[in-house]
Ligand binder design. Structure first.
Ligand SMILES: Cc1cc2nc3c(=O)[nH]c(=O)nc-3n(C[C@H](O)[C@H](O)[C@H](O)COP(=O)(O)OP(=O)(O)OC[C@H]3O[C@@H](n4cnc5c(N)ncnc54)[C@H](O)[C@@H]3O)c2cc1C
Length: 394
């Protein structure tokens, strides 16, 4: 096969973003995807923050968006209190609810129109460093055919199940307490407030995670939940069925998806010689919300810039690629770290405490608060929590 400047393994939002921008910058690019069709099955609630999404795309195709919401509502475990967050405070997952079947496919179309090669139903199966050339030889399999290609830079955009980092000698182990197991139904015939994305918290009925309802159109929504595998006593489906039967007895399930979300700290470093990891493969997922689409694309753009720099310098060493680490750490990396600490606190907070925090915040104007201000306010109203929460300010 042809030699490439960049080979990207995985055509999710991270991989197709790298492929498009690298091809637009004149690089010789190959994008690989093991599925036979891009974008399906959709293992995602499909929520993204409006502001950042609008920054990434100059031209947003209306077909990418199933619904647009005003913000988010977060419910206390006893459901007696709800906190309403406006669009700009609702974080990276509430704003637009995408149609990823169309969106993911269109991102790949844009990459190929920019000049990237694409192989679907093709799985990366191993790699070898070519020390003489300073390149990587990637082995791939398409049906029964096994072949190799040479690349200067290899991008691991292979999602939660990523193997690229491990093959390249990086420690990408995901422990059981860092894995959120999710199940989601797309449901029709349900009556809910379609102006918001809805989040339900409960240590007892959704251990280590939360339940979401994201609108997909009139009386249609993605309803799903994620539970921490290490804490849950039942399967995520049992928890979800319980909620759906109690709240939407007339709802009809038109699609079922299951998937995993990495909720540990991001990798300390997402690079090695010739290799960069992006998106879920680099654990660039918010540990509280499980949102990773925007970071996958933003990180993908950072990785492309550094790949271009290293190719121009003919230096693909870890020393040069480390600049990618600096970029993502200075951007969303800090938030991922802070939110991981908050998530660890949440994991030890029982429903009684959560209820009292929610109740104490009932009349607070959250739309004017940033996370730090919010934490101060929670402590002001719940002084007993000072000792528990003080670590979050460091
Ligand atoms: C139930 C659920 C709900 C979610 N909800 C949200 C949400 O509302 N908002 C949000 O922002 N995020 C959400 N996420 C997370 C989001 O889906 C991911 O963060 C996002 O898809 C990451 O993009 P990616 O490109 O890194 O990986 P992926 O989208 O997972 O893409 C990786 C691709 O690599 C391919 N691949 C893997 N191995 C190989 C190989 N060896 N060879 C070739 N191809 C390979 C896979 O087939 C896949 O297509 C959710 C996740 C789950 C599971």
């Amino acid at each position: 096969m042809t030699d490439y400047d960049i080979i990207i393994v995985g055509a999710g939002p991270a991989g197709s973003t790298v492929a498009r921008s690298a091809a637009e910058n004149g690089l010789n690019v190959l994008l690989l995807e093991k599925r036979q069709e891009i974008g399906v099955p959709v293992r995602c609630a499909e929520g993204v923050g409006k502001e950042k999404f609008n920054e990434i795309f100059k031209d947003i195709d209306k077909k990418w968006i199933s619904a647009e919401v005003d913000g988010a509502k977060v419910y206390s475990p006893d459901k007696k209190t709800e906190i309403v967050l406006s669009g700009d405070k609702a974080g990276n997952e509430a704003g637009y609810v995408l149609n990823r079947k169309i969106f993911d496919k269109d991102l790949v179309k844009l990459a190929t129109l920019a000049g990237s090669d694409l192989m679907v139903k093709t799985t990366a199966t191993g790699l070898k460093k070519n020390k003489d050339q300073g390149t990587i030889e990637l082995t791939m399999q398409n049906s029964d055919e096994i072949f190799t290609a040479e690349t200067k830079i290899l991008i691991g955009a292979d999602g939660i199940e990523s193997k690229i980092g491990n093959w390249a000698g990086m420690n990408t182990t995901l422990n059981l307490n860092e894995l959120e197991s999710c199940v989601q139904y797309q449901m029709t015939n349900i009556d809910f407030d379609e102006r918001f994305c809805h989040f339900y918290l409960s240590y007892e009925t959704i251990p280590g995670g939360y339940l979401w309802i994201f609108p997909k159109g009139k009386n249609v929504a993605n309803i799903g939940l994620g539970v921490l595998s290490s804490l849950s006593k039942k399967s995520p489906k049992e928890y979800l069925d319980n909620f759906v039967n109690n709240n939407f007895p007339d709802g009809k399930i038109i699609e079922i998806n299951a998937g995993g979300v990495p909720v540990g700290y991001p990798l300390k470093s997402a690079v090695n010689d010739n290799v960069m990891l992006v998106g879920d493969a680099a654990r660039h997922v918010d540990p509280i919300t499980g949102g990773g689409i925007l970071n996958a694309m933003i990180g993908g753009l950072f990785a492309t810039n550094i790949a271009i720099e290293s190719i121009n310098k003919k230096d693909y060493s870890v020393k040069t690629l480390k600049k990618y680490d600096e970029l993502w750490k200075n951007d969303f990396g800090k938030t991922l770290h802070r939110n991981k600490k908050v998530q660890e606190k949440l994991l030890t907070t029982d429903d009684k405490t959560l209820n009292s925090i929610f109740h104490s915040m009932e009349n607070y104007n959250i739309t004017e608060a940033n996370t730090k201000k919010l934490l101060y306010e929670i402590i002001k109203r719940n002084p007993k929590l000072l000792w528990d929460l003080k670590g979050l300010f460091i």
